[in-house]
Ligand binder design. Sequence first.
Ligand code: LMR
Length: 396
Amino acid sequence: MFEHLKALPADPILGLINACNQDDNPNKIDLGVGVYKDDSGHTPILQCVKTAEQFRTDNETSKVYIGPTGDPGFNTQMTRLIFGEHQIIDQNRSRTVSTPGGTGALRVAAEFIKACKGDVTIWVSNPTWANHHGLFNAAGVKVESYPYYDYENKSLDFSAMMATLANVGAGDIVLLHACCHNPSGMDLNVEQWQQVTALAKEKGFTPLIDMAYQGFGQGLTEDAYGPRLMANELPEVLLCSSCSKNFGLYRERIGAFTVIAKDSTTADIALSVVLAVVRSIYSMPPAHGAALVNTILSSEELTSQWHDELAIMRKRIAHNRQMLVEKLIVNGVDRDFSFITRQSGMFSFLGITPAQVERLMKNYSIYMVGSSRISIAGISKHNVDYLAKSISEVIK
Ligand code: LMR
C-alpha cells in the first residue's frame, strides 16, 4: 500500500524549525515560524500561565471527558475577550467551542461551512497564511483569492480587494485576518473594515475571521475592531481564534471557533452541526490550555498580569521593526524598508527574491519563509547587526 507513495516536501513554514535546529552556526537567526521570542531568542512561558498551571495542579480533581464543546468557562471568557460586552451576548446568538489551536478551529470551520453548503467557495487574501489553502482544500471547500497586498508599493491594494469582493457570490465565504495579517503585516484600518462590512451586507457574503494574534497588533480592543463591527452589522459571522501567541500556549493547542447566527434558535442548530463535525474529527478538544486561559481571564489579578505581559511582547515586536529599519540604513542599504514600521504584528515581507532568501539561509544561516516573510520577533539587539549586514550583502 505504501510503495506508491511519493515523499512530500516539508511544510514551507514548519519545515524551517528542523532546518534551523540542525544548523550549528552560532550566528544563525530564526525568522521562520511565527512564535514570540525574547531578546535571548527564547520563547518564555508567561508568568500568569505559570501561576494558572500551579493552580490547576493543585485543584484539578478529575481527567474525565469534557465533551465536544470543550470547557464552557473558557468558551464564555473567549467570547468576552474577542467581542467585549457585545450585543451578541445579550441576544444570545453566538456559540463558541474550544478547539485544538487556531488551526483546529479553522478545520472545524471548513467542515462546518461544507456541511452548511456543499458547493461553496471561500475567498482568501493574496497572499494569505500558507496553510489556509491546504486546510480548506482538504475539507473539500473551493478556494479563490482576492487581491490584498501590493508587493510593489508594499501597501494594501484596497481598491483591488473591494473590486473583487464586489463580485463574490452571495453565500460565498470571505476569509479576513482580524489583525496582524499573516504574512504581510498589512491590516485593514477602521474605515476599510466599515467598507468591507457594508459590502458583505450588500452582497450577502459571510465573513470567516481568522484571529490568531489578538493583542499583538495595536492592543486587545483595537485588534478586535473588525470582528466586533461585523458581529454588530451582519446576521452571520464565523470566527476562529487562537491562544497560541497571545497566551504563549503554542504546544498546548488551544483555540476557539465561534458561530454568530441571526438569532438564538438558529445559533443552537448551528452549534449542533459544529458538534457533529467535532465528534467526527477529534471527538473533543484538549483541556489543559483552556483551563489555564479560563483561570487567567476569571481572575482580575491574573488578567492584569497577562495584559502587562502581552504589552511587553507587543512593544518588543514594534521596537524590533524600528530597529531593523535603522540598522539597514546604518549598513548602507539604500532601498527603502520603512514600510516595515508601518506594518503590524508578527510578520512582514522583506520583498527580496527567493534566490536571495536561499542565499541568506545557505550562506548566512538566516531562516525565513521562501516568500521572504520574516517573523519580526526573531530579531534581537544581539543579532540585528548581523541580520542587517547580511541582508545588505545579499541584495547588493
Ligand atoms: C506561522 O504562520 O508561522 C504560525 O501561524 C505557525 C504555523 O502553524 O504556521
